[in-house]
Design a protein around this ligand. Structure first.
Ligand SMILES: Cc1ncc(C[n+]2csc(CCOP(=O)(O)OP(=O)(O)O)c2C)c(N)n1
Ligand SMILES: [Mg+2]
Length: 663
């Protein structure tokens, strides 16, 4: 590992050359950011970041997040130069091409060493807050011997300007996450030109005001960068290192301008840059001595990893620590006894309450969970099972008071899940999935086990009115790939949904839960987690089957009432609880055909207190289909009155079914 400025300069220039050449070859990409931050990154890796390229999954590695994800060539260069197996130089040559792990923006599922997917500005930094929270929590649980690492972030002006930045740094400052260090690429340039066009904020003052330590440096002076990073490491608060940089540094006519932000420099400018940097080497070649300096940056981490492994092997916590980092549930974990108890003694409770009851069973036996709410703890019923607050004074706590920060919460949950060792869940009102949506989308894309406890899931919340009543939310979340959207109808299904959500290592779950009480539908023990099927018959037609009703959540009992009336008149009716359409769609064809009565001449009815959009997939359209729902905004009134007003009662629905049958 070197601290010699001339050698650091060559190391930095290797990043610059790889970045400009890869972007040129792809004829698209962002050379400015990696060229501007190359000097900072070289100092950072030469002595500060703890990593072992041979074991990218080493639990106690430092986490490095390139929040300015457009500068993806920065992280690809770093991973390659420091000696990770991937990306190879060929991968870098194929930057942004189909099949290359060097995608336009860094994707956690394409390259080990990419801790999280970044590109949506601000979210990388916000996920890093979650990683730093998970680190402190696991440190409090397993001790310094096993967990003691930092979280590093490179963020640009954009990451600091996004609204989520305020949520994220507020949380980090409040929680005193001193092992979180953000290196700000303070180049005063964004796409439109000078940052002065759109901001006159005193960023440093804002960070200081939220409890951060702030230090500045000349981002092209190796000694000054070293000083600033060392100061940040020594401070007990989270740190912002403002690195004054020149975007596209080295490009003779374009550096310092937004022209370098997101376009190839072009052959002439690249030739000029080679000259200015004193980098005569061919594209995609790094001289052996420069590569050797880069490879040596891994020595410190490799040694630390060896010592850590020795400590782990001697630790009484070894098995449990490894289980948690692997993301496996304890082999003894189940909710069978609890569910059987519910069947013996049924309860009529809101599903948010049922969720709390399930959590009271889960949290004591599953130490992995870290819950929380965005200031709606009493409404989301998320604090259960004796868990205590996670705070700056006690990181062993398992309940996060996220404050009114839905987006920040969801991003932090992603960071925690990606860090590993914890299973995050967090609550707010379902309608505010809109506020968190950007992070929910990244949960799905990144395949994180984040569990969203979204209560007040329909007009059933009543008097708070249309601003608080989800209409399109469930349907729109169903449209998002790789998310399980679950709307359980009673306490049994809620417990089953929790179990299923916990059993998904590679995808997030959204639990849509009611404010209002619901009668228990499951009254017999069927010996199977029916909710895991996604959709199943809660009642099969007695008489000759003429109608199949699909319903979810609070409408399943309405469907059951309709079916009882219809059966009384000799009209055989199935009721299907479609608790999770994604899981249902994954069932084998025979199962789906049976539940959907495919090919049978029946009337298919959907009932859901939200938009009817999407239900046609199961009901079809035309004479054989009826979709009951709400395709307008809701209203402010007691829930009972709203259900009547919007026609979501058996009395309102039955005539429509009879009309269809007779027509
Ligand atoms: C949420 C979000 N909005 C917009 C963009 C598009 N975008 C990518 S980079 C960028 C400008 C960022 O400026 P800065 O962070 O200063 O990066 P620099 O130009 O200095 O590399 C924008 C608007 C994005 N990636 N994410
Ligand atoms: Mg900038």
């Amino acid at each position: 590992m070197t601290t010699e400025p001339a050698r650091l300069q060559q190391m930095a220039n290797a990043i610059r050359a790889l970045s400009m050449d890869a972007v040129q070859a792809a004829n698209s990409g962002h050379p400015g950011m990696p060229m501007g931050m190359a000097d900072v990154a070289s100092v950072l890796y030469s002595g500060h970041v703890k990593f072992d390229p041979a074991r990218p999954d080493w639990a106690d590695r430092d986490r490095f997040v390139l929040s300015a994800g457009h500068g993806s060539m920065m992280i690809y260069s770093l991973l390659h130069l420091t000696g990770y197996a991937a990306p190879t130089m060929d991968d870098i040559r194929n930057f942004r091409q189909l099949g290359s792990p060097c995608a336009g923006h860094p994707e956690n599922f394409l390259l080990e060493g990419v801790e999280c997917t970044t590109g949506p500005l601000g979210q990388g930094l916000a996920m890093a807050v979650g990683m730093a929270m998970a680190e402190r929590h696991l440190n409090a649980t397993f001790g310094d011997d096993l967990v003691d690492h930092r979280t590093w972030v490179i963020a640009g002006d954009g990451c600091l300007m996004e609204g989520i930045n305020h949520e994220a740094i507020g949380l980090a400052g409040h929680l005193h996450l001193g092992r979180l260090i953000v290196l700000w690429d303070d180049n005063n340039i964004t796409i439109d030109g000078s940052a002065d066009l759109s901001t006159s904020e005193d960023v440093k003052a804002r960070y200081e005001a939220t409890g951060w330590h702030v230090v500045s440096c000349d981002g092209h002076d190796f000694a000054d960068i070293e000083r600033a990073i060392s100061e940040a490491e020594a401070d007990g608060r989270p740190s912002l290192v403002a690195c004054k940089t020149v975007i596209g540094k080295g490009a003779p006519t374009k550096q310092g301008t937004s022209a370098t932000h997101g376009a190839p420099l072009g052959p002439d400018e690249i030739a000029g840059t080679r000259e200015a940097l004193g980098w005569p080497h061919e594209p995609f070649t790094v001289p052996a001595e420069i590569l050797a300096d880069w490879r040596a940056t891994a020595d410190m981490g490799r040694e630390a990893h060896g010592a850590w492994q020795t400590r782990l092997n001697a630790s009484a916590h070894k098995a449990e620590f490894e289980r948690r980092m692997a993301g496996d549930l304890p082999s003894t974990f189940d909710l069978d006894g609890y569910i059987q108890g519910l069947i013996k003694e049924p309860v009529s409770v809101a599903t948010r309450k049922a969720s709390e009851m399930a959590l009271a069973e889960i949290n004591p036996v599953l130490p992995d969970t870290v819950g929380g709410s965005a200031d709606l703890t009493g409404s989301n019923n998320t604090k259960a099972g004796g868990i205590e607050a996670f705070s700056a004074d006690d990181y062993s706590g398992r309940y996060v008071y996220y404050g009114i920060r839905e987006f920040g919460m969801a991003a932090a949950m992603n960071g925690m899940a990606l860090h590993g060792g914890v299973i995050p869940y967090g609550g707010t009102f379902l309608v505010f999935t809109d506020y968190a949506r950007g992070a929910i989308r990244l949960s799905a894309l990144q395949q994180t086990r984040a569990i969203y406890v979204m209560t007040h899931d329909s007009i059933g919340l009543g008097e708070d009115g249309p601003t608080h009543q989800p209409i399109e939310h469930v349907a729109s979340l169903r449209a998002m790939p790789n998310v399980l959207v679950m709307r359980p109808c009673d306490a049994v299904e809620t417990a089953e949904c929790w179990k299923t959500a916990l059993e998904q290592p590679d995808r997030p779950t959204i639990l849509a839960l009611t404010r209002q009480g619901l009668p228990q539908q499951r009254l017999t023990d069927v010996g199977e987690n029916m909710s895991a099927r996604g959709g199943y018959r809660t009642k099969a037609a007695g008489a000759d089957r003429k109608v199949v009703i699909y319903a979810t959540g609070s409408e399943v009992h309405v469907a059951a009432e309709c079916a009882a009336e219809l059966e009384a008149q000799g009209i055989g009716t199935d009721v299907v609880s479609m608790v999770c359409t994604e899981l249902f769609d994954e069932q084998d064809e025979a199962y789906r055909a049976d539940i959907l009565a495919t090919g049978k001449d029946v009337l298919r009815v959907s009932i859901e207190a939200g938009t009817t959009f999407g239900w046609q997939k199961y009901t079809g359209i035309g004479a054989g289909a009826l979709n009951i729902g709400i395709d307008t905004f809701g209203g402010s009134a007691p829930a009972k009155d709203l259900f009547a007003h919007f026609g979501l009662t058996a009395e309102a629905i039955l005539p429509q079914i009879r009309n269809k049958l007779n027509g």
